[in-house]
Design a protein around this ligand. Sequence first.
Ligand SMILES: NC(=O)c1ccc[n+]([C@@H]2O[C@H](COP(=O)([O-])OP(=O)(O)OC[C@H]3O[C@@H](n4cnc5c(N)ncnc54)[C@H](OP(=O)(O)O)[C@@H]3O)[C@@H](O)[C@H]2O)c1
Length: 261
Amino acid sequence: MVLSSKKILLTGATGGIGGAIAKALSDEGATLILTARDEEKLTALKENIGNVRHQILALDLNNNNDREKLYGVVEKENIDVLINNAGINQLSLLEDTSDADISQIVSTNLVVPMMLCREIHKTLKQRPESVIVNIGSILGSIGYAGSTSYCASKFGLRGFTEAFRREVADSTVNVIYFAPRATDTALNTDKMNTLNEALGNAVDSPEHVAQRLIDALKDKHPHSYFLGWPESLFVRLNSLLPNVVDKALLKQLPVIRRFSQ
Ligand SMILES: NC(=O)c1ccc[n+]([C@@H]2O[C@H](COP(=O)([O-])OP(=O)(O)OC[C@H]3O[C@@H](n4cnc5c(N)ncnc54)[C@H](OP(=O)(O)O)[C@@H]3O)[C@@H](O)[C@H]2O)c1
């Protein structure tokens, strides 16, 4: 896909990965509709990426009226690409996770992207060439202690993306699942950063993730993307030999328990 002529809706635009994606897409010449809840951060982002052609839209994706407002803008603007990037996480054992937190994580990371795909696909399928990107996670393929709700939401998003891609395979819309590994953003609290350090998990920069996404969008035959080595290997190993991964992760459990308190 040639990005310079494309109109792109990006959710979670003010976050670490979202901000880097916005800058990279703007540099490619795309026209952006940038959304998140915090209007001040959206205004600062628009100023920072320095282009008047972009629009900002402050809204809570978990709010029905706000989503209706977004659908209205999408219809008017004839967008070519939807990037479902907004997401939340919380490091906690399931026994310490409230009903409200479980609902909020699953709604923001899974239910909302499903609803946006359903509604915005109606506009995208009118375009000659269009793409939906659902931003998943390596934890959407490997179940991890301390991240049960997040894993449930991202496993769900991966399954949804595969099913929806097949459902619209005879249309002009490509549906991509794009899964970063740990990335240096505010999504990861100090506790999570210390845990990643203690476990020796590699952490990517948001700019690296954004560049990989640009490469994916330019790919002639887009597919699913799992970032990082050896994480992409573990994704395959976990699906083929889950018992091996169970044993490896059991060794990490005491450390994860300590940081999940
Ligand atoms: N960072 C990582 O280690 C990592 C690894 C793998 C995958 N990912 C995925 O990458 C995506 C981006 O993560 P990130 O690290 O950039 O997170 P982040 O820095 O915390 O940014 C999250 C973004 O989502 C927006 N958001 C959250 N809840 C929202 C809601 N209800 N309505 C509208 N916007 C909402 C936030 O803005 P407001 O708060 O202003 O609404 C912010 O723009 C997520 O899907 C995440 O799961 C991240």
